[in-house]
Design a protein around this ligand. Structure first.
Ligand code: SME
Length: 207
C-alpha cells in the first residue's frame, strides 16, 4: 500500500516533467539543475519503494509463522528430552522472530519459576509467582502481551535493551509446566498473531 503510494509519486513526477505545468516548472531552471532535480525525485521514489518492499519481506507474517510452527514441531517430534527441546526451540525462535533480544523458558519448580534454556543476555534465575511479566503469566496461566515494559508495574528488567515482551504459558498434562518468554528491543513488537502461533509452539513441547 505504502510502496504503491511512492510509485504514484514517481508517476506524478513523470507527468509533472512532461505536461504543460511541467514545462513551465522546468523552464525556471538551467538544464543541469533540471536533471539533478528529476533524478533525485526518481531516486527518492525508488529508494522508498525498495525499502518498504524489503520491510514487508522480513516482517513476521502469518505465512512465515505457519512455516515456523512446522519447523518447531519437526524439531521436537520424537524427542522427549525437555532440555534439548526447549534449547532448540529457543534457538529457532530467537533467530527467526523480528527484533527479539531474548527467547527462552522458565520452568515451574517448587512453587517458583527457574530459568531454563534461552538465547540472549544472561537473565535472572528465580522469579516468584505473580512477580514480573513471567510470574503474572504463570500465576494467571494466561499469555501476557506487554507493548511497553517500562509501563508494566513490577516488570523485571534483565536486559536494558528490552522494550516489549510476550510470555506464553507452557502446559504438560494440562498442568502449568513453565512459561516461554520473548523480549523485544522494539516497542509494541508482539500481538495476537504472535500469541496464536507461539502458543501452538509451546503446546507442541509436550505433545
Ligand atoms: N522481564 C521478565 C523477566 C525475565 S527476562 O525478561 C529474561 C519479567 O518481567 O518477568
Amino acid at each position: 500500500m505504502v510502496s504503491l503510494f511512492f510509485r504514484e509519486i514517481a508517476q506524478f513526477g513523470r507527468a509533472l516533467c512532461s505536461g504543460r505545468r511541467g514545462r513551465a516548472f522546468k523552464s525556471r531552471f538551467p538544464d543541469y539543475i533540471q536533471a539533478v532535480l528529476i533524478d533525485s525525485f526518481f531516486l527518492f521514489a525508488i529508494i522508498h519503494t525498495k525499502t518498504i518492499g524489503d520491510m514487508k519481506m522480513t516482517a513476521t507474517t502469518k505465512e512465515n509463522y505457519e512455516l515456523l510452527v512446522q519447523q518447531a514441531k519437526a524439531l521436537v517430534d520424537g524427542e522427549d528430552d525437555w532440555i534439548a527441546n526447549t534449547a532448540n526451540l529457543s534457538a529457532l525462535l530467537f533467530n527467526s522472530l523480528d527484533n527479539v533480544n531474548f527467547a527462552g523458558i522458565y520452568r515451574f519448580e517448587n512453587g517458583e519459576l527457574i530459568l531454563g534454556p534461552f538465547q540472549g543476555m544472561p537473565a535472572c534465575v528465580h522469579i516468584q509467582m505473580g512477580k514480573g511479566v513471567c510470574g503474572t503469566a504463570a500465576k494467571e496461566e494466561k499469555t501476557q502481551i506487554v507493548p511497553n515494559v517500562h509501563e508494566f508495574a513490577g516488570h523485571i528488567a534483565c536486559d536494558s535493551a528490552s522494550n516489549s515482551e510476550i510470555v506464553v504459558p507452557i502446559f504438560k498434562d494440562e498442568k502449568l509446566w513453565g512459561v516461554f518468554d520473548f523480549d523485544s528491543t522494539k516497542l509494541d513488537n508482539f500481538d495476537e498473531t504472535d500469541q496464536k502461533y507461539l502458543t501452538e509452539i509451546a503446546d507442541a513441547i509436550f505433545d
